[in-house]
Design a binder for this molecule. Structure first.
Ligand SMILES: Cc1cc2nc3c(=O)[nH]c(=O)nc-3n(C[C@H](O)[C@H](O)[C@H](O)COP(=O)(O)O)c2cc1C
Ligand SMILES: O=C(O)C(=O)c1ccccc1
Length: 428
């Protein structure tokens, strides 16, 4: 049971009496504006940017604006209950941090700070495969739980190694991202000629991996000279890269290995030929619950369940992959209907506030994932910034329920507004 909205408001207004203001802005537009000043041009372009003309980035938002809350009065709702159970674990809040790679572009402590911020706010974090630190260092800080996100590599051995490491480090699930088998067309990054990974950012999960070390050494040696196991020196160099200076190792380390590591990453990080046959092998590869990220079609959701998948995450990667892709909130009702309560359905892409979370949950999402807003909190105030952004979203979610006369998100009443084709609310 929660009154987190009132608690957070009281905290802010009381601190205000002595002249203290929140560390980061409490609403998204100001948060983004402030973060933009704090970030490098390249970092801002990478985080804020989307595919093509960024129509889908905007459409994700417009989809939320088409649903309006119809508040119900006098329902005596004093406390709200937003807890959910996901894969046998109780989550106090129906929100997780979406996996976001290369956060070492915006903060020196990157995923370590994010994990601590998520833990402070009491939410789980989905650790990106493209993190700035090895998952073994992030995991102990994510005390409210964490899941591991996987890009299916061209090397099946590397996939198995990532899965084994996630299991050994206590991940609660593995989230396989399907929508980035190849990188979308991103004009902001293209115009700056900038991809973080090409500079050695966001590759720490790889450089800390023994299978990857072998692949990188093969690249450095050339195929003829390569030895079957990575030499101890190669492993040491790569570990040094992942521990000490992921961001600037190309300048700092003289050995050819760092450059080989970047080249190897770019070659192996994703398999464009990924198919349902690969998904079918997952059950024998890992005992972790499997979530497929990037599902937008009801038939793909059904097929996922047929393949033994444990959950789906409705996502268009924040509009970064296909310009003109369907907004996730529009896709949600069809997926919810197809899944029919058999598995959790998560949603991301466009969640900016607690009011957005309330609408996605009322439309049948089991939980939502917060993306760009936490990156802006990180850029402005590190751990404290991430924690505040999350707590503010949760506070507004709680207040939205209270004012709508809803004890749980499912009780929120919605109506479609000014849409050419009003989407039907799924039966629940
Ligand atoms: C800068 C950035 C990096 C991202 N990196 C990853 C990643 O490594 N793995 C992944 O599955 N999704 C990644 N995503 C997608 C997010 O998980 C999520 O789907 C998206 O941010 C949701 O959109 P929103 O931020 O507009 O709400 C990234 C998104 C951004 C903005
Ligand atoms: O930037 C992204 O959105 C992302 O997820 C990604 C992951 C790997 C390589 C390039 C981009």
């Amino acid at each position: 049971m929660s009154q987190s909205g009132r608690v957070r408001q009281d905290e802010v207004y009381r601190a205000g009496i002595t002249g203290r203001r929140p560390a980061v802005p409490t609403a998204f537009p100001a948060l983004e504006r402030r973060a933009r000043w704090a970030m490098s041009r390249r970092a801002h372009a990478y985080v804020a940017g989307g595919a093509g003309s960024e129509e889908t980035v905007r459409a994700n938002r417009a989809a939320f604006e088409r649903w309006r809350v119809v508040p119900r009065m006098l329902r005596g709702v004093g406390e709200r209950d937003t807890a959910v159970e996901l894969f046998g674990r109780r989550h106090e809040h129906p929100l997780l941090l979406a996996p976001i790679g290369a956060s070492d572009l915006v903060h020196r402590r990157a995923d370590l700070a994010v994990a601590e911020g998520a833990a402070h706010a009491g939410v789980s974090m989905i650790v990106s495969n493209q993190a700035g630190f090895p998952m073994e260092e992030i995991a102990p800080r994510a005390t409210a739980g964490w899941w591991s996100q996987l890009y299916w590599s061209t090397s099946d051995d590397l996939v198995d190694s990532f899965l084994a490491r996630a299991e050994a480090s206590g991940a609660g699930a593995v989230v396989v991202t399907l929508d980035t088998t190849t990188l979308g067309w991103r004009p902001r990054d293209l115009d700056l000629g900038h991809l973080p990974f090409a500079r050695g950012l966001g590759i720490a999960q790889y450089t800390s991996d023994p299978v990857f070390a072998r692949l990188a050494q093969e690249t450095a040696d050339g195929p003829r000279r390569s030895s079957p196991r990575p030499t101890p020196a190669a492993v040491r160099t790569l570990l040094e890269i992942s521990r000490h200076h992921p961001g600037r190792f190309l300048d700092n380390l003289r050995s050819p290995l760092p450059r080989a590591a970047v080249e190897t990453f770019l070659r192996v990080y994703s398999r464009p030929t990924l198919s349902w046959d690969d998904i079918a092998t997952l059950r024998s590869r890992t005992r972790l619950p499997v979530v497929l990220k990037g599902v937008l079609h009801p038939d793909d959701a059904r097929r996922a369940l047929d393949h033994g998948v444990d959950g789906v995450l409705v996502s268009n990667h924040g509009g970064r992959q296909i310009d003109g892709s369907v907004p996730t909130l529009d896709a949600l009702p069809g997926v919810v209907e197809a899944v029919a309560g058999r598995a959790p359905v998560l949603l991301d892409s466009g969640i900016r506030s607690g009011a957005d979370a309330a609408r996605a949950l009322a439309l049948g999402a089991t939980a939502v994932c917060l993306g760009r807003p936490w990156v802006y909190g990180l850029a402005l105030a590190g751990t404290a910034g991430v924690a505040q952004v999350v707590r503010d979203v949760l506070a507004e979610l709680d207040l939205t329920l209270a004012l709508a006369g809803a004890r749980t998100p499912a009780d929120v009443e919605l109506e479609a507004f000014a849409s050419a084709e009003p989407a039907a609310r799924p039966a629940r």
